[in-house]
Structure formats: structure tokens, C-alpha cells
Ligand binder design. Structure first.
Ligand SMILES: [Zn+2]
Length: 323
């Protein structure tokens, strides 16, 4: 790989922009435009991660590591230089498009009362939660004309899957939650309830924000996660379905000592509980402390809170969780 290609990529993706895309936020503005925040590379209790946006460099006073955006990607994702370059290139080519799509859907949410009503029915009403999760709404058949006016081509849109072969929007009448490299759409009408773009669902939802927590709550769906956030539990991640893919399992089993609370759906036929026990066994074999949270019958965390469950009640369920 040429030195020119490396330099060009670094110019295309400033470190601070990359960190923002990973939801990193500074807690203090320092002299010379530098920013200080919690280190995404180690379990940081006091802000020790210094970023110089002008030079696109970072240094952590806690773990002593520093460098440019490529070095950051190497450390953050645990990959080699060439893989870090490939990850950065992929995030650059798809990143702007995903950002434009997410913004469009967020604007549509405010324009469609039926979408807001649906969220309220599911017990999600706090605007800061809706904003923090970048929740949007896909009315259908208006995304692609707008993206074409922004200069994207139809083949681009079909390649990432937001437009189908007939040239129609893939998502129609769906609440949208953006994932790292995908979108999740929950139907508010009669269509199949869950839909993702035809890519991998990726790793655990916003793993970087919870991976250093000593206790993590794992839920199946994004509405479960939204309800828990709203109730004040922020140490939550989501697997998007009961089956964890190999990347998600690896993330939960990394060498950090932690307790994982499995707050999965409790259905009347017991399949949810059986799946939770199976996952708990699997995690225990890998040396992870896993506990199963017993929700009232026929409830998931979302319906538990929507039906009036309180944070205190949920905290008691966590205390009663068992291996
Ligand atoms: Zn650090």
C-alpha cells in the first residue's frame, strides 16, 4: 500500500469525525481546540483520552496509547494495519450515504403523527431517548427520489439495499433504528414486523458504549433497549434476535470480567426461557458470568415497561436473576 493512499484516506476521514461516528463525546474542551473524554480503548473512570482534531491525533493518559485514525481503528477493533485500512475505506464509502438516509428518516418521524403514535403505544415517548437512538420513520417511496437529488445513483442505493429491484424503497411504514452498517425497520402496519437490509446484522448494538461496564443487560430487540434507556438503564445492548452471531458471542466473551443479564422475551411456550438458559450455559462455558432475568409471563422488557413496570421493579428482577 502506497504512502499516498494512506495519507489520502487519513485526510478523507478525520479522527474526530470517526470518533463521533462511534458515538464518542468529549467531556471537556481544552486549550488549542483539543478535546478530552473517556477513553474508548480501556475501562476509563476519569477522562484521559485527549484528541487533537486539527492534527487528527489522539493520546490516552490512562492506557498510554496514541496515534492517528488508523492506529485508533487497529486498537479499537483489534485488527492489523491492512484490515484497519479496509474498515476505514468501507466506512468512508458507505458512511455518508447512511448518514443521509438516517437524517432523512429522522425528519420524516416528526412529519408523521402515525409514527409518533406507534412509538407512544409501545411506551416510547421521551424525546431525548428517541433522539439519542436516532430513531426515524420510513413512510415509503420518498427516500430514493430525495437521495437521487443529493447525487447518489440508483445502483448505489440498490447495492446497499434501501431500494429494491423494482426501484421502490425497501422500507415502507416502518420505524427505523440505524445500526452500525445496517438499518432495522419495525412495521407499524400489516407487513412482516421485523426487517433489516440484506447485510449482516453486525455486532451487538453500540457495543463500544457498554463494553467496559461491569454489568451488561442483553435484550433481543431495540424497543426493549429503548424502554430500558427510558427507565434509566444505559448499560444495555441488543442482539437483534435470540440467536447471537459469532461476532456478538466473541464480544460478550472478551476477557473483560463482567456479569451479563439476559433479559430475553418470556413467551408462554417457554421457548424464550429455553433459549436464555442455552445462551447462559454457552456464556458460562466461556467463563462469562451470565444470569437469566425472569420477566412476568408473556412479557419482554418493552411490554413490561409499557404495561406500567417501574425501574425499581426491574431492578428487583435483576437482583433475583439466576444462572
Ligand atoms: Zn486509554
Amino acid at each position: 500500500m502506497s504512502w499516498e493512499a494512506v495519507t489520502a484516506l487519513k485526510q478523507q476521514i478525520p479522527l474526530h469525525e470517526y470518533l463521533q461516528a462511534q458515538h464518542w463525546k468529549p467531556v471537556r474542551h481544552m486549550a488549542g481546540g483539543k478535546l478530552l473524554g473517556l477513553c474508548p480503548l480501556h475501562r476509563d473512570r476519569q477522562p484521559s483520552f485527549l484528541v487533537d482534531p486539527a492534527k487528527s491525533l489522539f493520546y490516552c493518559y490512562g492506557c498510554g496509547r496514541g496515534g492517528d485514525v488508523i492506529r485508533f481503528v487497529e486498537l479499537y477493533h483489534g485488527v492489523k494495519f491492512s484490515q484497519a485500512m479496509a474498515l476505514l475505506r468501507a466506512s468512508f464509502s458507505g458512511g455518508c450515504l447512511f448518514h443521509d438516509i438516517t437524517t432523512f428518516y429522522q425528519i420524516q418521524l416528526q412529519r408523521h403523527p402515525e409514527a409518533i403514535r406507534y412509538l407512544q403505544q409501545r411506551g416510547i415517548y421521551e424525546s431525548h431517548v428517541i433522539e439519542d437512538l436516532d430513531v426515524g420513520y420510513a413512510p415509503g417511496n420518498c427516500l430514493h427520489p430525495w437521495l437521487l437529488t443529493l447525487g447518489y445513483s440508483l445502483p448505489d442505493l440498490q447495492r446497499i439495499g434501501v431500494v429494491n429491484h423494482q426501484g421502490r424503497d425497501t422500507f415502507s411504514r416502518r420505524i427505523i433504528f440505524p445500526l452500525e452498517n445496517n438499518l432495522y425497520g419495525r412495521s407499524i402496519g400489516h407487513a412482516a414486523p421485523h426487517r433489516l437490509l440484506p447485510h449482516t446484522k453486525g455486532g451487538l448494538y453500540r457495543w463500544n458504549q457498554v463494553q467496559h461496564c461491569s454489568e451488561i443487560i442483553l435484550v433481543e430487540g431495540l424497543f426493549d433497549l429503548a424502554s430500558l434507556w427510558q427507565a434509566g438503564f444505559r448499560n444495555v445492548t441488543c442482539s437483534l434476535g435470540i440467536r447471537l452471531n459469532p461476532l456478538q458471542l466473541r464480544q460478550l466473551c472478551d476477557p473483560t470480567a463482567r456479569t451479563v443479564y439476559l433479559a430475553l422475551d418470556s413467551d408462554d411456550n417457554g421457548s424464550g426461557q429455553a433459549a436464555a438458559r442455552q445462551l447462559s450455559d454457552c456464556l458460562c462455558q466461556q467463563g462469562v458470568t451470565a444470569k437469566v432475568v425472569d420477566l412476568p409471563e408473556d412479557h419482554d422488557p418493552n411490554s413490561f415497561f409499557a404495561a406500567g413496570g417501574t425501574a425499581d421493579h426491574f431492578r428487583r428482577l435483576l437482583e433475583q436473576a439466576h444462572p
